[in-house]
Design a protein around this ligand. Structure first.
Ligand SMILES: [Zn+2]
Length: 487
């Protein structure tokens, strides 16, 4: 069983209702205060130029209600399915794929109910490449039918036992039937990367010839690497003129990279699920794909999808399948936009692009600095001082930071400890008899704290001396440069 949501945990993934992030502080960078955009002058992550690439023109087939239903923890009742379908539609996915209506009577009824919602997204259902299934599918009210059949030797031998001629004839029969009903049809092989390439290409060429709308490549076992994906999609692009859909499992961690490579090679549609849920460890996650694609083409992604709705959809699905959003989840993970090291905080304050390739604001998310730690820096503490509406000079903030770092070396400190030190330190500035920075320390902790403070003071003095030496050493160099520049 997967871990369940802890009753005591906040429902919004560690972010409290008041917007604070325990142990962290949100702040605006100087860059943002000045109203400048979160961009770098030249984007080194610009997609590779390629006339076949669909990196700036891709579509999403959202399969949480099909692939996602195959996730170990998933059980979606009708009401939940409708909520998820509506949320995905509002987000702006192009197609929503549903479980086969042949799976169960309830699945058929749910499929009909979702078709009646009148959503903007196309509603598709995923069935076996067999007339019995297809006949049921076309009666549900869907816009399109996705058929699939195993083509690898493993599946041909151990699953359905059919040869390639049988598969081709069955495919042509169902394609012609679905088209005669005025619906869209996709034909996909299963386990495509372990299928014979010549068999696969001749099968796709045959279905393209009879007018299939899309062919699908599926890395059903998650074995493909990005280069293999690029090669196969690029080769297929030269064989068929219809759209190409790709479905990637994440067993070896390549599901997002493979999706990106498929688009670069000319694929048109990518299958996703919310948080990536699906068979085993799932498929390309919707949020992860958004993270990858916004880096490649921010205008396309922002213009097409309502990114601010991503977190709510993930929370909805996570609650439905009783899992937590992983801490390292793309965009919405607890630490996705949290900066801890002091040197990072300083640079982020000056310009967020220094340590962020994605702007959290594009997704309605916030940036945080973890300041209650030994890795904190005075810029992060300065930001917290301002948040607490206290006034201190930079020199005072630096001294206060040294005390927080000293304490963090003695014991783990919570946000309250850091705030308490900041407040008491501030109060002591105007007092003759200083209050202890933390009243609840044990004698042993006090001793260690004193020792750490002495060590830190030593480091500070040493740094000051080094800075002074550096400055003196820089003088002739600076003069020399000026002379050259002026010459
Ligand atoms: Zn799958």
């Amino acid at each position: 069983m997967c871990p369940t949501v802890d009753d005591g945990a906040p429902a919004t993934n560690g972010v409290q209702a008041n917007g604070s992030h325990e142990g962290f502080t949100k702040f605006e960078s100087d860059f943002e205060k000045k109203g400048k955009a979160h961009t770098v002058n030249k984007n080194p992550y610009q997609p590779v130029g390629d006339f076949l690439s669909n990196v700036s023109n891709f579509k999403i087939i959202e399969s949480t209600l099909r692939e996602g239903e195959q996730f170990a923890n998933a059980y979606f009742d009708t009401e939940t399915k409708i909520k998820i379908a509506k949320a995905l539609d509002e987000f702006g996915v192009d197609c929503i794929e549903l479980t086969s209506p042949c799976a169960s009577e309830q699945s058929r009824l749910d499929c009909e109910a979702i078709c009646k919602l009148g959503l903007k997204a196309k509603i598709l259902t995923h069935v076996r490449c067999h007339m019995d299934d297809v006949k049921v599918a076309v009666e549900t009210g869907v816009d399109g039918v996705d058929v699939v059949i195993g083509t690898s030797s493993f599946l041909r031998e151990h699953s359905h036992g059919k040869d390639m001629t049988y598969i081709k004839n069955a495919a042509i029969e169902v394609i012609e039937f679905v088209k005669s009903k005025g619906l869209e049809i996709r034909f996909s092989s299963e386990d495509s990367f372990r299928s014979d390439l010549v068999d696969l290409l001749s099968l796709y060429a045959a279905v393209d010839k009879v007018g299939v709308n899309r062919v699908g490549i599926a890395d059903t076992v998650g074995c493909a690497s990005p280069r293999q994906v690029y090669d196969l999609v690029r080769t297929l692009r030269g064989v068929v003129s219809c759209d190409i859909e790709c479905h990637f499992h994440n067993d070896s961690g390549c599901a997002i990279a493979n999706a990106y490579c498929a688009l670069e090679a000319g694929a048109t549609h990518i299958d996703t699920s919310v948080i990536g849920i699906g068979e085993r460890n799932g498929i390309t996650p919707l949020g992860g794909l958004m993270a990858r694609m916004i880096v490649a083409d921010r205008d396309y992604v922002k213009g097409k999808y309502d990114l601010h709705k991503l977190k709510a959809i993930e929370d909805l699905v996570a609650d439905s399948v009783e899992i937590n959003i992983p801490f390292n989840n793309y965009i919405t993970g607890f630490s996705a936009f949290t900066h801890k090291a002091g040197i990072h905080a300083k640079a982020i304050l000056a310009n967020p692009s220094t340590y962020e390739i994605i702007d959290p604001a594009d997704f309605g998310m916030k940036r945080y600095v973890h300041f209650a730690s030994r890795l904190t820096g005075w810029n992060a503490i300065k930001s917290r001082v301002e948040q607490l509406s206290l006034t201190m000079t930079d020199a005072q903030v630096k001294l206060c930071t040294a005390k927080i770092k000293a304490l963090a070396d003695v014991r783990p400190i919570a946000i309250d400890d850091a705030d308490s030190i900041i407040r008491t330190f501030h109060g002591n500035l105007h007092k003759e008899n200083e209050d202890p920075l933390l009243p609840n320390m044990t004698e042993e902790e006090k001793k260690k704290f004193e020792q750490k403070q002495r060590e830190l003071n030593g480091v500070t003095e040493k740094r000051e001396l080094e800075d002074q030496a550096d400055k003196e050493a820089e003088v002739p160099q600076a003069k020399k440069t000026k002379t050259v520049a002026g010459a």
